[in-house]
Design a protein around this ligand. Structure first.
Ligand code: SAH
Ligand code: SF4
Ligand code: F3S
Length: 452
């Protein structure tokens, strides 16, 4: 019989960077138990799914995967399947999955991921089916050193706050991730110091709304103060963060980003919609005028800054005129890039309960298409303006293909740059290079390394 600690595991993750970071923590715990990661379902004895429920599409992908895994398990009875992530935090979903997929052994939530080893023990040794979901966490388990295993040490993600208090009317995140809880500055700084000592040069500070960091701590500290502490850490060359909520973006933060070279000139600033009527029913807490004036303040104070955004089309009550106001905001703000979505009603949210999903799917698809075409043109135009200029690129990918070296990396403004070189002997992974942009595409740039 296989021993728990000798199992080979695989993780499957959907959703945002929060889930990606949670997955790393799960991997870290499994490896501490003695398990090894494998790359295919066929080799795995344990499969952990980390799910997302932000839109229906995300959930459908999880159901499809569960169907596939259940079939596999019928021929491989000793396969252990564990399902966690945001989807499990919705009322009744864990029970529903347990009923519909008897092959699933363990169901856990987002507030008790540190309990996974214990739950695995129960499922594995006692051949029990386990469901454990907590409505809220019992404090952040800082005493366990969860920071050791990372998919990517060069560029690491660090959670600075969990949950969200904003309750945008369409959004499920506050329901499945709970109220906002900031980690203590000393815990964040210790983690980042550890990363810097272990080869990390770029850190991504994560929170649903980083701009309200610290409000729940009994200390005098805000997000700008935290950034200044991170800047002081030796070896940490680049500091990124997401997501910024426009309503909490302070002048002090704009100044901080402008003042420190290490803080990257890239801001992800979701606008969601361009009409004040829609913004109000989304409960976003700002008007289009306030948003646009924030964008222009950011652009004038931080030269060369790139701004990206999220936009939802087809929110309940969104008329053609409302949508055209979204197009107008996109034209005026000139985003470097945008993530664009069709509204998906989420059970339990204010929008799903109060408003009728009254924009037809056909209309939603047309609006999305029109919006994407506009944004793509803008992205390409902005990128083309960068041709001929030089940027510092952190090389994060390196491979040999058809007798050439293919590198890729990102600028401080988070643009992907692809580079091709004839010299096969050089190893540039993890280095900063001065790169001249030679051509531009919609989602990436091509460049050549400038040598002196
Ligand atoms: N905390 C972040 C991100 C939350 S989820 C923020 O405030 O921006 C990421 C994006 O998914 C959101 O910005 C939004 O554009 C989109 N989204 C969230 N709920 C959605 C829903 N019900 N339907 C469609 N898109 C949604
Ligand atoms: Fe959702 Fe709004 Fe919170 Fe973002 S700020 S996670 S969109 S409720
Ligand atoms: Fe999805 Fe949860 Fe993130 S619902 S978008 S994985 S916080």
């Amino acid at each position: 019989m296989k021993m728990l600690e000798n199992l080979k595991y695989m993780t499957l993750t959907w959703g945002c960077q929060m889930n990606e970071r949670d997955t790393e923590i799960i991997q870290s715990m499994l490896e501490d138990m003695g398990m090894k990661e494998v790359a295919s379902i066929n080799e795995a004895d344990l499969i952990v799914l980390v799910t997302c429920c932000v839109r229906e599409k995300a959930e459908n992908k999880v159901y499809a995967k569960l169907g596939e895994l259940s079939k596999i398990k019928r021929d491989r009875l000793d396969l252990v399947i564990a399902v966690g992530g945001c989807m499990m935090q919705q009322k009744g979903v864990g029970e529903k999955i347990q009923k519909r997929f008897p092959e699933v052994d363990i169901i856990f939530g987002t507030h008790n991921i540190d309990r996974l080893p214990e739950l695995l023990n129960r499922a594995f040794l006692e051949k029990e089916r386990v469901l454990e979901i907590w409505e809220k966490d019992k404090g952040i388990p800082e005493e366990k050193d969860f920071y050791k295993k990372r998919k990517d040490f060069l560029k690491s993600k660090v959670i600075i706050s969990y949950g969200c208090n904003n309750f945008c009317s369409y959004c499920i995140v506050p329901f499945v991730r709970g109220r906002e809880r900031s980690r203590k500055p000393k815990d964040i700084i210790n983690e980042i110091k550890y990363l810097a000592e272990n080869g990390c040069v770029e850190v991504m500070l994560l929170g649903q709304n980083v701009n309200s960091y610290g409000k729940d701590l009994g200390e005098e500290i805000d997000f700008s103060d935290l950034l200044k502490k991170v800047v002081e850490i030796d070896g940490m060359e680049r500091i990124r963060f997401m997501t910024s909520h426009p309503k909490d973006f302070s002048e002090k933060l704009i100044r901080t980003i402008a003042d420190y070279d290490k803080i990257c000139n890239h801001i992800h600033l979701p606008v969601q919609a361009g009409s004040n009527k829609v913004l109000r029913s989304m409960n976003r807490g700002y008007t289009r005028e306030e948003y646009l004036s924030l964008v222009s303040k950011i652009k004038s104070s931080i030269p060369g800054v790139s701004i990206t955004t999220d936009i939802i089309v087809g929110f309940p009550g969104e008329t053609r005129e409302d949508f055209e106001q979204t197009l107008d905001v996109v034209k005026e703000a000139e985003f470097d890039n945008a993530y664009m979505f069709i509204y998906s009603p989420r059970k339990g949210t204010a929008a799903a309960e109060k408003f009728k999903d009254d924009v037809s799917l056909e209309e939603k698809k047309e609006r999305l298409q029109e919006l994407m075409e506009l944004q793509n043109k803008i992205s390409l135009k902005i990128n083309k303006e960068l041709v001929g200029r030089n940027f510092i690129v952190l090389i994060d990918s390196e491979e040999e293909k058809e007798g050439k070296k293919i590198y890729a990396g990102r600028t401080e403004t988070n643009k992907i740059v692809n580079i091709q070189e004839d010299d096969l002997s050089r190893k540039l992974y993890g280095t900063f290079q001065n790169v001249e942009i030679i051509s531009a595409q919609t989602w990436s740039l091509s460049g050549k390394i400038v040598r002196h």
